[in-house]
Ligand binder design. Structure first.
Ligand code: G16
Length: 548
């Protein structure tokens, strides 16, 4: 076996986004593209350190197997000593974080474009997680990008392809490859956190019905083991459980617009199940539904934190603090205030929770983008959130809707919505943000109507409380005297042009006003958000292409 040195030149567009490098499959398959990025990553790792094992796996999407074989040959050529590879090249993102932490590896390479569609015309992605199991911080992703901009060669062995279908050990040059089935490690961890006998009792009682939609994505085998084998749920209640490279032709995004089959089941049938849930392409997002009822992800974070004492594990370890990304609603802030624990506001991206979790500042964290998690790993965790809700329903003997309504009655309701303007041009997106930044000094103190005076308008900067690193330009915040907010930022996960996200929030304490139509009650704020940013003038669009 010989190592080949291949001459190459940089691609200007290899800056990782919110969570890794995401591009369409065609770009990733073009000559040198994947190899350049992987070599740039290897150039930034200390492969001579004591920890020389890397975890490798992906969400099983189209091009996953081919990319794995290429990365294995490059890892061998770059002196990696050992790879822990998911069976068939597949690992959910939370399971990868579990494996990195359990086996104390240097880190892991995760091949995923998360909730983005897959298949030959879909998207592909690569992200690197560090030894704490979480996404690489900006300091490392900046370094990888800098390497990618000066790369002139990469190293690859000319060895044979590995059979990934069996849990065996292989050798490639001096590198050992151990193929692992991650489902057991992940399921054991879930069983150590939640009260499985309590959940199992509810599922077996005959009076509780549920459906989990794996969306033909990575969580199918995990859900089958945990919900089916360990908790006794019948196979028919776990739908789309077989992972497929193009996610069964669907869009593996657990949202009201994309998880259509589940939404039809939960909202349209005469006898909807008591509980419905779905997760995304790589298994880190979740959506929770009751019968005819949607749980907003921002509310989900607040409710889980407020009810942590119902889960023996969290009752024992306590809740140290909560973190939410800046655009996420302030529902969790109300909980933290009452519990007298700290609340942290971070930029969008799970990587910003890593330091807080590592230093025991927080127990729970979450994001409006259908992400929730805790200190057991360093990624958001879809099935963890589903199990938390199941445990809560079983412990409280109550329905999803009642749990949410009682929460609002106690803490107030944060009416919340996100309006996306997808696939505008990059220039339009940047122009809108520049225009907003320019207007900021004039906005504070402005009265938009009788009830709406802007008390603060800024471009969010985060100073990490642990390492003092500074992240600037993380979104424009318009904060009103009555706690309402409008937030603007550009998505960091899309692959077509730019996506402008406008987040709108209004707090309502009066429980008699907790059953209003969300878009209706936010109507004035939505109108002001469009006027302030001059969205129609800048984009030619009069309404959002996606409303969450
Ligand atoms: C990724 C990150 C999340 C982030 C989300 C937002 O999610 O892991 O931390 O909240 O992107 O994306 P955008 O920049 O498009 O608003 P995922 O599930 O795609 O990995």
């Amino acid at each position: 076996m010989t190592t080949k040195i291949i001459s190459t030149s940089p691609f200007s567009d290899q800056a990782p986004g919110t969570s890794g490098l995401r591009k369409d499959v065609k770009t990733f398959k073009s000559e040198h593209y994947l190899c350049n990025f992987i070599q740039s990553l290897f150039n930034c790792l200390d492969l001579s350190s004591g920890k020389q094992t890397l975890v490798l796996g992906g969400d099983g999407r189209y091009f996953n197997p081919e990319a794995i074989q290429i990365i294995l040959k490059m890892a061998a050529a770059n002196g990696v000593k050992k790879i822990l590879l998911g069976k068939n090249g597949i690992l959910s993102t939370p399971a990868a974080s579990t494996i990195i932490r359990k086996y104390q590896t240097l880190g892991g390479i995760l091949l995923t474009a998360s909730h983005n569609p897959g298949g030959p015309n879909g998207d592909f992605g690569v992200k690197y997680n560090i030894s704490n199991g979480g996404p690489a911080p900006e300091s490392l992703t900046d370094k990888i990008f800098a390497e990618s901009q000066q790369i002139s060669q990469y190293f690859i062995d000319d060895g044979h392809d590995i059979d990934m279908t069996q849990c065996n050990v292989h050798t490639l040059a001096n590198m050992s490859i151990e193929i692992i089935d991650p489902v057991k490690d992940y399921a054991d961890q879930m069983e150590s956190i939640f009260n499985f006998s309590c959940i199992k009792g509810m599922i077996g009682s005959g009076s509780f019905t549920m459906v989990f939609d794996a969306m033909h994505a990575v969580t199918g085998p995990y859900a089958t083991e945990i919900l089916g084998q360990r908790l006794g749920l019948d196979a028919a209640s776990i739908t789309n459980a077989k992972p497929s490279p193009n996610f069964g032709g669907g869009h593996p995004d657990p949202s009201l617009t994309t998880a259509k089959a589940l939404v039809n089941t939960m909202f349209n049938e005469s006898h909807a199940p008591n509980f419905g849930a779905a997760s995304d392409g790589d298994g880190d997002r979740h959506m929770i539904l009751g019968d005819y009822f949607f749980v907003n992800p921002s509310d989900s974070l607040a409710i889980l934190a407020a009810n942590a004492h119902c889960i023996p594990h969290y009752k024992k370890i306590g809740v140290k603090g909560i973190a939410r990304s800046m655009p996420t609603s302030q529902a969790a802030d109300q909980v933290a205030k009452k519990m007298q624990i700290p609340i942290y506001e971070t930029p969008t991206g799970w990587k910003f929770f890593g330091n807080l979790l590592d230093n025991d500042k927080i127990t729970f964290c979450g994001e409006e983008s259908f992400g929730g998690g805790a200190n057991h790993i360093r990624e958001k965790d879809g099935l963890w959130a589903v199990l938390f809700w199941l445990n809560l329903i079983a412990a409280k003997h109550d329905s999803v809707e009642n749990i949410v309504r009682k929460h609002w009655a106690e803490y107030g309701r944060n009416y919340y919505s996100r309006h996306d303007y997808e696939a505008i041009t990059l220039e339009q997106g940047e122009e809108i943000m520049a225009h907003l930044r320019h207007r900021l000094p004039l906005l504070t103190g402005t009265q938009l109507d009788n009830n709406l005076t802007i008390s603060q308008a800024d471009d969010f900067t985060y100073i990490d409380p642990i390492d003092s690193s500074v992240s600037q330009h993380q979104g424009i915040r318009i904060i009103f005297e009555n706690q309402s907010r409008i937030v603007y930022r550009l998505s960091g996960t899309g692959t077509q042009g730019a996506t402008l996200r406008i987040y709108i929030e209004r707090y309502e304490q009066d429980s008699k006003l907790h059953d209003l139509d969300i878009q209706e009650t936010l109507k004035d704020l939505i109108m002001h958000s469009l006027q302030i940013a001059e969205v129609q003038k800048m984009t030619g669009r009069s309404k959002a292409s996606n409303i969450v």
